[in-house]
Design a binder for this molecule. Structure first.
Ligand code: 5MM
Length: 342
């Protein structure tokens, strides 16, 4: 393993003023997103949609540091025959690949899941590297409900994340380590805080045991927020302070950067939270975004599957990417949402 080279990629992924586009929706998820805008999920439509994102020149060159791809997209060509991965690299962003195979119920742990995909991973990574991928992503999903999560399920997921991370580093691929504590449910922010700390502590213990070099990873955690159905809403500031405190207590400073998931927050909430944290500052890592829904909801709506809407969709994507890029510097303001959209 060449750790200096891994660290260089990881640092590039969390460059201040840029962040990661999570465009790695699996077939089931992209179908759900397309259903919502009345578009059939065919291979060509998925290609056309993702191509419009990667051809958003301003966004890709100025605000996006890396793109997480689903396997189909990594091996797909644009309408003119150019590999989509080449469009990303030519814009100066790092191409990455989601390598987990999704979640399955964890036997013995009702209501909890385990992420699968370790079988054959070294072989897949070698092929993906050949095609241009320089980082990978694996997502563990932790739900909060009565009696959930259990220590056993968290440990099983953390172990799989750590095995994946070490295998990636052997293949000279930077692992994004994504332990997502879901914001579904009615739990309050204190419960999210407690579970997030426990999950991160467990993940870093497993990363240490599996000999993962922390200088060569990027952490993709949830923010500490209330459950969607919680009646008492926390302020932007409370979420920001709690998230920073939870991470300071659990994430070693040798990790180059934190790239948050948006997890179902509204577009502007996800931007405001990231901005608030970077304004507060005082932590040892870069903090940026690795958003899926919070970057793509607006362009998907604007596109609606129509070729004549491509430019409008690209403008919508560029705007969200720009707003989040500013938030990664703590320079976003609510007023810019309308001022710069125009
Ligand atoms: C883009 O969505 C990713 C893939 O999800 P599935 O495997 O369920 O299709 C997802 O892992 C995503 O990268 C992260 O959850 C962050 O996305 P959000 O929308 O939470 O920012």
């Amino acid at each position: 393993m060449n750790l200096a080279a891994l660290n260089e990629i990881a640092e590039k992924m969390v460059t201040p003023g840029k962040g990661i586009l999570a465009a790695d929706e699996s077939s089931g998820t992209i179908k759900k997103r397309f259903d919502a805008i009345g578009v059939e999920s065919t291979e060509t439509n998925r290609r056309d949609y993702r191509e419009l994102l990667f051809r958003s020149t301003e966004a890709m060159q100025k605000y996006i540091s890396g793109v997480i791809l689903y396997e189909e997209t990594l091996y797909q060509d644009a309408a003119d025959g150019t590999p989509l991965v080449k469009l990303i690299a030519e814009a100066g962003a790092v191409p990455g690949i989601k390598v987990d195979k999704g979640t399955k119920p964890l036997p013995g742990f009702p209501g909890e899941t385990i992420t699968e995909g370790l079988d054959g991973l070294p072989e897949r990574l070698a092929k993906d590297y050949e095609r241009g991928a320089r980082f990978a992503k694996w997502r563990a999903v932790i739900d909060i409900a009565a009696g959930i999560p259990t220590a056993g399920a968290v440990k099983a997921n953390a172990h799989a994340l750590a095995r994946y991370a070490r295998i990636c580093q052997e293949a000279q691929i930077v692992p994004i380590v994504e332990p997502e504590v879901l914001m579904d449910g009615s739990h309050d922010i204190a419960r999210c805080d407690e579970v997030t700390r426990f999950v991160l502590q467990t993940v870093f213990a497993e990363l240490f045991e599996q000999r993962v070099a922390l200088e060569g990873i990027v952490l993709k955690p949830n923010m500490v927020v209330c459950g969607k159905k919680c009646e008492t809403r926390a302020t932007i500031d409370e979420c920001a302070h709690r998230t920073i405190a939870a991470l300071k207590a659990t994430v070693p400073s040798s990790v180059p950067g934190i790239a948050y998931l948006s997890g179902g927050q509204s577009d502007e909430e996800a931007t405001a939270h990231l901005n608030a944290m970077n304004k507060i500052g005082g932590f040892p890592w870069k903090m940026t975004f690795s958003y899926g829904r919070a970057l793509q909801a607006a362009p998907q709506k604007a596109w609606a599957g129509r070729p004549e809407n491509v430019a409008a969709a690209q403008r919508a994507f560029t705007h969200r990417a720009r707003m989040n890029a500013l938030a990664s510097l703590g320079k976003w303001e609510d007023s810019l949402e309308t001022a710069l959209a125009a």
